[in-house]
Design a protein around this ligand. Sequence first.
Ligand code: MN
Ligand code: MN
Length: 297
Amino acid sequence: MSKKLITNLNEMETSKPFISAQYSEALYKNATHILGFCFDGTTSFRPGARFGPDAIRDASFGLETYSPYLQKDLEDYSIVDCGNLPIYPSKWKLTNDYFHGITKDLKLDQDKIKFLTLGGEHSISYGPMRLYLENFSELVIIHLDAHTDFRDGYLGEKFSHASIMKRIWDHMTPKNELIQYGIRSGPREEFEFMQQNNTQAQSLEELLSRIDQLSPKRAIYLTLDLDFFDPAFLPGTGTPEAGGESFHSFIKIMKVLSKKNLVGADLVELAPTIDPTGNSSAFASKVAREILLTLQP
Ligand code: MN
Ligand code: MN
């Protein structure tokens, strides 16, 4: 591993690292960093996503490090787990400011620094997506979710989980592109907004072809809300929606993305206590492995 960039991660809460990742108190060049953001303070229906990051790590010990889908092995890459951001209960802004503080001077592209941020509710994706928009002027954001998430604030919270894509849209320019898929719930105006801006892929085939048409060098960020998947597969999430996608659809997306330039991702909305069988955590953990491998060139 190459030289350390930042050593002041000492406020991070340690936890058992994701399988095959080393625990790290620093950020490194040429490495992928796992960060937990254990926040669910604006969750509107069923909280519990704050336990998501550690449940994903715990379940990872039942996983192989090798993915037969992508034919890549976690052990062949520099992947570190920095633990969880310091959490100030119901203080999203303070944790977000902490994230901003440790990442604002990074040169993600030049130094090949990548992040997989584990939520937490979807509002936690704000800091990572802003960071990536600042670092990559032509960033493409792929948003996989059951929900539109385009509300301009929800239940009095401007930075609600139900507003995350609106908050990010505010920072996007005509040079950026947003591609959404899996969306099956939201108010009529938000579906009309997506239609007007041509952000929503209407089928898996359309999504795959839109990704396939991107230049291989163009930076792509993935924000994946686990309610994208059908609740039959993944019931452990705060706002489940019938009619979702399968693991196999997800793998098709990862296979196309792995030929492109995926530079960062977040994985949010696992609420492990809602599914005491542990199956949702095991599912989410396998999804995390595939994302980590897709992030590797
Ligand atoms: Mn959702
Ligand atoms: Mn969402």
